[in-house]
Design a protein around this ligand. Structure first.
Ligand code: GLY
Length: 437
């Protein structure tokens, strides 16, 4: 049987998804609904069509036109728009949760309330608000350890952390007022102190198969300074843990993902079919859940899918059919480092439309196109994270050297973080956790 697979999204994450599908020996055609002309995806797909993939009617009509049997939703916005619901309604098996279940990502309050309701460990002290009444009292209770989170999708820009973005209760209150003025609800919660890591699980509604742990670097500049971004780069280790984590940390994170999948099925009577991405913090007193995402992480997808040894089509069908327990999911025992090249000025005032040259990159399997476009025949920056380069090796250190060499060979008005995956920054994480434990 020929699989007709529709991939939604056109960033580096979706390039990694398409590449993983392409490695499957099964008979297939791959179609992509895209927001920009990603040449990496275009090369691997039978067709790439640019259009509004947040519009259920448009997506369904394209799925029908291509006779798609399986769809994989990359980004969060189509999930929030109910694209998975619309695809299932038209008979397309879909990897990506339905709209209600995607609230794990699309509503910070929903995620916190779910953990509380089902007594799942890892949640902070928190309160939800739709007005500023009571904010000062709760901030006083939390002291200097608080986080204010806008309750909807905001591309990572809605979370303000005490000490990093907010420097007084007055500043916090002003941010809360701004959210109220724009009709936003918000959550204020206790700030965790520790080291963050991502643990993603394939989930078919009942069964979970876990991926290697990854650490992302959200700040734009060297040494974890500067504004927050979608993620400047990531690393994973050959043992599928991270140098600053204990086995117990990994077990606790897996257990939170398992209990959350069970809870959300109980709540809605429908299973979560997709990628359950827990953003965790290892702290002195155990693992805490920072947030959930309802999709592959970006850049994390490039780390884990570069290691995937099993047939990705079988995994996707297992997720959709609820038969993941029968699917072998194996990742290579290698370390990975992913570094994003981003436009000069990113994230606040990125240059756009400037040509870039990737002709000196040697390992094209490690190159993932993201926010790029074409001006005539020239490949140009489209204004967001531009190209991700992944190094795969036996150690993080060797993977870093590979990624660094390749990303440095890309020319254009771009920059990247040279420190991600270096011994120095990894050791800093280890020392930090040792000092806390
Ligand atoms: N790595 C952060 C994200 O995917 O949201």
């Amino acid at each position: 049987m020929k699989h007709k697979i529709l991939v939604i999204g056109s960033g580096a994450r979706e390039h990694a998804i398409v590449r993983a599908l392409g490695r499957s020996p099964q008979d297939k055609e791959i179609f992509c609904l895209a927001s920009n002309m990603n040449p990496g995806i275009a090369e691997l797909c039978d067709e790439i069509l640019i259009g509004n993939f947040n519009d259920p009617d448009f997506v369904v009509s394209y799925a029908k036109e291509t006779d798609a049997t399986l769809a994989i939703v990359g980004p969060e916005n189509p999930l929030a728009a109910g694209i998975a619901d619309a695809l299932w309604d038209t008979g397309v098996k879909t990897v990506g949760p339905k709209k209600d279940l995607a609230q794990l990502e699309t509503s910070k309050a929903f995620a916190r309330n779910l953990l509380k309701e089902y007594d799942i460990p890892g949640g902070p002290k928190y309160q939800t608000f739709d007005a500023v009444g009571g904010v000062t009292d709760f901030l006083n209770e939390l002291g200097e350890n608080y986080v204010v989170k806008y309750d909807g999708l905001s591309g990572g820009k809605g979370v303000k952390v005490a000490g990093d973005h907010l420097h007084s209760h007055d500043e916090a209150l002003a941010y809360c007022q701004k959210l109220v003025d724009s009709d936003g609800e918000f959550v204020i919660e206790e700030k965790f102190v520790g080291e963050e890591f991502s643990l993603m699980s394939f989930c078919d509604g009942d069964n979970l198969k876990h991926m290697p742990a990854v650490q992302d670097h959200k700040r734009a500049y060297e040494g974890d300074t500067g504004p927050n971004t979608g993620g400047m780069g990531t690393y994973s280790d050959a043992n599928h843990s991270l140098p600053f984590l204990t086995n117990n940390d990994i077990s606790q994170a897996l257990e939170i993902n398992i209990q959350t999948a069970r809870a959300i099925k109980d709540k809605f009577g429908v299973g979560y079919k997709g990628i359950l991405y827990g953003g965790f913090m290892a702290t002195a007193s155990g693992v805490r859940l920072v947030e959930y995402n309802a999709r592959f992480g970006d850049p994390e997808a490039m780390n884990v899918l570069s290691l995937l040894e099993s047939d990705f089509i079988d995994i996707c069908i297992g997720v959709a059919d609820g038969t993941l327990d029968q699917v072998d999911v194996q990742f290579a025992n290698k370390a990975t480092v992913c570094k994003y090249a981003v436009p000069d000025g990113y994230p606040d005032s990125p240059v756009k439309g400037e040509p870039i040259d990737v002709s000196k990159v040697k390992n094209l399997d490690g190159l993932f196109f993201a926010s790029v476009d074409f001006k005539g025949t020239s490949l140009v920056e489209a204004g967001s994270r531009t190209i991700a380069m992944v190094g795969v090796a036996d150690t993080i250190s060797d993977a870093e050297a590979l990624a660094e060499k390749e990303v440095s060979s890309i020319s254009g008005p771009l920059f990247h973080r040279t420190d991600i995956g270096t011994d120095k920054i990894v050791q800093k994480r280890v020392d930090h956790m040792n000092s806390l434990r």
